[in-house]
Write a protein that binds this ligand. Structure first.
Ligand code: ZN
Length: 413
């Protein structure tokens, strides 16, 4: 795919100089899409099995888990991206939403204190819409060579693949989008069968078939920001407002990799644009953060009455969810994380009966001197961690954060 992005963008910005929103169609079609398919709130009113459970609210430090289903639609072998590529996307996505992306160190000092851990994580669904086991990845051949941003890929009857219950699953369609569009998203409250995110196959993930400079998984990070109610940081208008207090007003989108500070007549101070925000349109390697205000906004979607509240009751990443449905006593389902074997030589396994106890949690392994030797996010109910590189001795595995932290001692032989 040819990527004369800057040239095309320049042409767009000349033609639509007072309608700056049209230019963002290059990378992200969400704004244009939303004008075509306005929110009807049907999602908020629809009923499903999950909706019959009592609604609950989020709590401040809760890590919110969003089960995803990936619909890979391919017309040739290249478009049928590998599992490894899909997993690399989930990893980078989770890093970005948990502020574990290593490039946070590139945020200019003026903006670094505003960078947030949104405490939202994404896992591949383990249970399908019919209650059967699934990998969370659907692969489907399509005779369509490319798709436009009008949702054909969301319907089996049009050569695409139907959405799974959007109250429990975030549907992500990976396919070949027409032209230079890299992705788009529905907004909270949109029609249930259109609800989800569409991403161009070769900007999905951090390893595999990828096109620079969109090769660090940030297109999905950005589109899910829309799915969780965020606007573009320039508010899709000249000196527009995104409704978030801690993101400065911005004249227009940025692309490429600007140098700090990038100031315009809209800038409120010398720091200029927050162009390293995931909701701008800069290159993947140059976007590093959500702001604290954006994190609050996204998490508000999960509050009682919020468009994504039903996800707090979604247990489809939990392979034991059938059993759990019967055991609703919260005491009976209290944390039960097990580590085995212990002592261990090459690897340890971490497992929990409850996916919510373990998925999305950060695990660190410390040696007896308190040094962190391993740190990672758990993405599945059972995770194997390699320890053969560690010297023999006693180690402490810590899982969770703050008051919720749990420590397990183990021996490496
Ligand atoms: Zn966008």
């Amino acid at each position: 795919m040819e990527l004369n992005r800057e040239i095309k963008l320049l042409a767009y910005s000349l033609v639509f100089i007072f309608i700056s929103s049209s230019a963002n169609a290059q990378r992200c079609d969400t704004y244009e899409y939303h004008k075509k398919y306005p929110v009807t709130n049907s999602l908020l009113n629809s009923r499903s099995a999950e909706a019959t459970k009592p609604a609950r609210d989020t709590n401040a430090n809760e890590v919110i888990i969003i089960p995803v289903v990936i619909h890979v639609l391919y017309n040739n072998g290249t478009q049928n991206i590998s599992d490894a590529q899909i997993l690399s996307q989930l990893q980078s996505l989770n890093n970005d939403y948990r502020q574990l992306n290593t490039d946070v160190s590139n945020i200019p000092a003026a903006f670094a204190p505003l960078s947030a851990d949104a405490k939202i994580v994404f896992c591949l669904a383990k249970i399908d819409a019919g209650g059967k086991a699934t990998t969370g990845i659907i692969r489907k051949y399509t005779s369509e060579q490319s798709w436009t941003a009008d949702d054909g890929m969301k319907y089996s009857a049009q050569g695409g693949d139907n959405a799974w219950d959007s109250k429990r699953y975030l549907n992500i369609w990976v396919c070949n989008l027409f032209g230079r569009s890299l992705g788009y998203s529905s907004l909270p409250g949109s029609q249930a069968d259109r609800d989800g995110v569409v991403i161009q196959y070769n900007v999905f993930g951090t390893t595999g078939i990828l096109t620079a400079p969109f090769n660090k998984g940030r297109t999905l990070t950005h589109e899910i920001g829309h799915w969780l109610g965020l606007k573009h940081i320039w508010g899709d208008a000249n000196c527009g407002d995104d409704g978030i207090a801690d993101t400065p007003p911005q004249q227009n989108f940025n692309n490429g990799c600007p140098s700090f500070p990038h100031k315009t007549s809209c800038s409120i101070n010398g720091s200029g644009d927050m162009f390293m925000n995931f909701m701008d349109l800069t290159d993947d390697a140059c976007m590093h953060m959500f702001s604290k205000g954006q994190a609050v906004k996204m998490r508000s979607m999960f509050a009682i009455g919020g468009a994504r509240n039903s996800f707090l009751n979604s247990t489809v990443c939990d392979s034991n969810s059938v059993q759990r449905a019967a055991a609703i006593d919260p005491v009976a389902t209290k944390t039960t994380i097990s580590l085995f074997p212990n002592p261990a030589i090459k690897f340890i396994n971490l497992e929990s009966k409850n996916a919510s106890d373990i998925i999305g949690q950060t695990v660190t392994v410390c040696n007896v001197y308190g040094g962190v030797v391993i740190s990672q996010i758990l993405l599945t109910q059972k995770t194997t961690i390699t320890i053969q590189q560690l010297p023999a001795g006693i180690y402490f595995l810590k899982i969770g954060e703050g008051k919720e932290i749990k420590t397990i001692r183990f021996v490496k032989e």
